[in-house]
Design a protein around this ligand. Structure first.
Ligand SMILES: Cc1cc2nc3c(=O)[nH]c(=O)nc-3n(C[C@H](O)[C@H](O)[C@H](O)COP(=O)(O)O)c2cc1C
Length: 329
């Protein structure tokens, strides 16, 4: 998976299916962790893999906090941490925790890359975990990681399902990154949390559906195009086709729920990434009534000079208009 998709796909969701995890997938996760960077190459990370049938499994499940009871369904639990004495120390900085965190991230992403749901947890009791797994004092367990395939949210209890339905929130870039001094916000190209997302409603036609009564997958690409044309017209003031000087380089769709003819469909779209001569749209096709997301999609557009047949840098005015719109202007 491309890295930006991997970042977007990773979620700490809680509904696990009972489908077993192939041992080779777990091994690849550990292998990715093994190749992580570490201070002084001390590789102080350690992992204990506890499968469904392991004799230690019951005790590890017991050590989980009540709020993490959902993790008992995960076929594999991995205890991740680092050896306190194995890590490098620079001045007074102890790097074993950085080693543990860095390798944990590689472990997680390699799992997500293989289609797995990987959820790290801090909610467990250390003493029973230590006793169950025979962890030495010098080893600091940092996370119990649930590994498995995503299951059905409706099989979760109400409170846990609500947690998974909460909107994802992140601090804006300028709040977590500074330049060139502490608390001087780093200026990103686009606002990291757009104040305004472009929305437009679609008119479905009978001819869009296939023999199953679903909107045909190929039509979805046309829906995205409708969204783009309206975006260019309404946000950027394009009046003619020639005003839209880009070519489409990439389309990807994740079909989540079939769209039926009677469904109401709204396109919600924003520019999610800008490079020198290309930019990326992120789309959601959703029901404006109940918020169900039918399709998530992305497209990459390359600004293009049709006369010379070559990519050209993105026009500064276009970028300014997009920035202005996303900032709520
Ligand atoms: C070190 C660590 C400990 C966490 N502990 C728990 C936990 O005990 N229970 C839980 O449900 N989620 C836990 N999480 C998941 C976070 O709640 C989650 O990463 C955060 O809300 C952001 O959501 P996202 O991972 O889906 O982007 C933990 C995450 C990390 C990195």
């Amino acid at each position: 998976m491309e890295f930006h998709r991997l970042v977007a796909a990773r979620r700490s969701l809680r509904a696990y299916s009972s489908r077993p995890v192939e041992p080779e997938k777990v091994e690849r996760m550990l292998e990715a962790a093994r190749w992580s960077p570490s201070c002084g190459n001390r590789q102080s990370w350690r992992f204990v893999v506890v499968g469904r049938d392991a004799p230690t499994r019951g005790a590890v499940e017991e050590a989980l906090d009540a709020g993490n009871a959902w993790a008992r369904r995960a076929p594999v639990l991995i205890v991740a941490g680092a050896g306190r004495r194995d890590g490098a120390v620079v001045e007074s900085r102890e790097y074993y925790l950085v080693d543990a965190g860095t390798s944990l991230m590689s472990l997680i992403y390699r799992g997500v890359d293989q289609g797995l749901l990987v959820h790290p947890m801090a909610g467990w009791k250390e003493a029973p975990l230590r006793a169950a797994l025979g962890l030495p004092d010098a080893f600091a367990p940092m996370a119990v990681v649930a590994v498995g395939y995503a299951g059905k949210p409706e099989e979760l209890d109400e409170a846990t399902r609500r947690k998974d339905e909460r909107p994802r929130v992140r601090k804006p870039l300028g709040e977590i990154a500074y330049s060139p001094m502490w608390e001087e916000p780093y200026a990103g190209t686009l606002p990291s949390s757009p104040a305004k997302v472009f929305e437009t409603d679609l008119q479905l036609r009978f001819g869009d559906t296939d023999a199953m009564g679903h909107v045909n997958n190929a039509k979805i690409v046309t829906y995205l195009e409708t969204g783009r044309v309206r975006f260019f017209s309404e946000v950027l003031g394009a009046r003619r086709v020639e005003d839209i000087r880009f070519i489409l380089a990439e389309v990807s769709c994740r079909y989540r729920i079939p769209i039926l003819l009677h469904d109401r469909v709204r396109v919600r779209m924003r520019i999610s990434d800008v490079s020198r001569s290309s930019f990326r749209f992120h789309y959601e096709l959703a029901d404006p009534g109940d918020g169900r997301v039918f399709v998530e999609a992305e497209t990459v557009q390359v600004m293009y000079d049709y006369a010379t047949g070559r990519p050209v840098p993105i026009d500064a005015r276009v970028l300014a208009a997009v920035r202005d719109y996303a900032s709520g202007g």
